[in-house]
Design a protein around this ligand. Structure first.
Ligand SMILES: [Zn+2]
Length: 75
């Protein structure tokens, strides 16, 4: 059986990943990079990640960036 080709993940126009894309699916379950529970989903870098875990990480990264800018603005 030939290997299925994975399409390139679509660009997130609103900052959120398009999880319905086949690019986020793998036939092999692996531990989520964030919580360690098994998942067939892959993030934008093809690392195993649940949708909610990856989106939570994105929100945390955004909040951290805002906090850094606020800290720098106060200096
Ligand atoms: Zn997870």
């Amino acid at each position: 059986m030939p290997a299925r080709r994975r399409s390139k993940p679509p660009e997130p126009v609103n900052g959120l990943l398009v999880w319905t894309s086949s690019a986020h699916w793998s036939d092999t379950a692996r531990p989520c990079r964030y919580c360690g529970r098994p998942t067939n989903l892959r993030d934008s870098k093809r690392a195993p990640a649940h949708k909610v875990c990856a989106e939570h990480a994105l929100v945390c990264q955004q909040e951290d960036a805002v906090a850094v800018y606020r800290t720098q603005a106060e200096l």
